[in-house]
Design a binder for this molecule. Sequence first.
Ligand SMILES: Cc1ncc(COP(=O)(O)O)c(C=O)c1O
Length: 419
Amino acid sequence: MTQVFTPPPRLLMGPGPIDADPRVLKAMSSQLLGQFDPSMTACMDLTMAAYRDVFATSNQWTFLVDSTSRGAIEAAMVSMLEPGDKVLVPIFGRFGHLLCEIASRCGAVVTKIEVPWGQVFPQEQIIEAILKERPKLLALVQGDTSTTMLQPLSALGRVCHENDVLLYCDATASIGGNVLDTDDWMLDVVSVGLQKCLCGPSGSAPITLNDRAVSLIQGRKHIEAGLRSDGQEEGQGRVISSNYFDLSMIIDYWSKARLNHHTEATSMLYAAYECARILLEEGLTEAIERHELNGRALASGLAALNLRLFGDQQNRMNNVVGVYIPEDVPGEKIRHEMLMDFGIEIGTSFGPLHGVIWRIGTMGYNARPDAVLKTLACLEQCLLASGHRLSPGESVAEARAIYRAASDQPTQAPLEAVK
Ligand SMILES: Cc1ncc(COP(=O)(O)O)c(C=O)c1O
C-alpha cells in the first residue's frame, strides 16, 4: 500500500525555492499537448517573446532549457567551450565555484579571482583580470545566494566585446528582483531559474543568447543520426560533448525547424510562461521596487532583533538577507523551531558560512509585508526563548514603519498590491 503524500503548509522564507504563485500551480495543472501541436508551438513562441522582455533583450534565441538552473549553466558552457579554452571566473560565493567546476569539466583552463565571501568585486578589478588573462569566456554570477551579494556588471560587457571575450552571467537568483539589462550591459548569454523571484518551481531554466554566442554554437552543430535530414546544415567545429545540453540542437527545437530533439516538459513550459506573465503584468521596475522595499524592511527588522547583518549592505541582493547567528543561540535548533512550530523555513549557508549565518529571503510570491512581518515576529519568539537579548516588539514595529513610510510616498506602488 502506498501512502498519500500531502505537503504540510509552509512559508518558504529561505534563499529559494519559495512558495509558487497559485497562478503558476494552476497553469501547471493544465492538460498536456502533443509535441508539435500548433497550440503547443504557439505557447513556445509566446514563451520566447515573454522571456525577451523578462531578460530585457531583443535576442531571438531566448527559450527554455528543460532542467533546473544548473542545467542551463552546463548547456551554455558545454556548447561554447572546448578543451583547452581559457575561462575567467570571479568568485564571491558558492555559485562562482560551481561555474569553475562546470567549466573545468568541459576541459577549460580556468583562472579564478576571489574576494572574501560577503564582498563583491569592484568592476575595475574584473576588467584588469580580463585584460591580463584574455580568456575566451568570462563567466560570473550576478546574485550569489550563498552570500546574498549582488555583483555589479554593467561595465563588463563592453570590455568583453572590445577584447573578443564572451560574457556568460548566471542570474538565477537575481532576475525579477534586481536590475538585469541583458542588452544594455552587452551580456552574451544569461541563464536563470524559476524558483526565486520568478514565483515558480525549479525545473525549467530560461536562457538568452545573442548572435555572437549563437554563431559560435552553430559552428559546432552536428545533428544526431536518426534526426538528420538531407540538406541540413552542419558545423565544421568540434562536436558539443553533451547531447542533452547541445544548444545548437535545442535552438533547432525552438526554431521553425522544430527538430525533435527532446520531449518538451510541457507542464514546466506552462509554468515558465505564467511566471513571465506575472512578472510582466506587474512590470519589471515595480517588481524590483517591491523586492527592494521588502528586503529593506526585512533587513531593518532583523537588525532590530539585535542581529548583525552579514556582508556589504551596499551590494546586497534585494531579495535575500544574511544575518550572523549570535553566539549565544543554537542556530539549527532555531531553524528547526521556525519550521516545526511556525511552518516558516529560513536557510543557513554553505561552506565557510554554514552555521555562521542565516539567510532569509523575501522573494517572488513571498516578497510581501505579511510574509516579512510574520517571519520577524516568529523569529523574535524563538530568539527570546533561547535567551537572546532583544527589545520585544521593536523588530515588527521597525519593519511596519518602513512599509508605512513607503506607502506615504506617492511614487510607490500600493504595498498590498502584490498582484
Ligand atoms: C545563483 C544560483 N545559481 C545556480 C543555482 C542552481 O540552481 P538549481 O538548483 O536550480 O540547479 C542556484 C540555486 O540556488 C543559484 O542561487
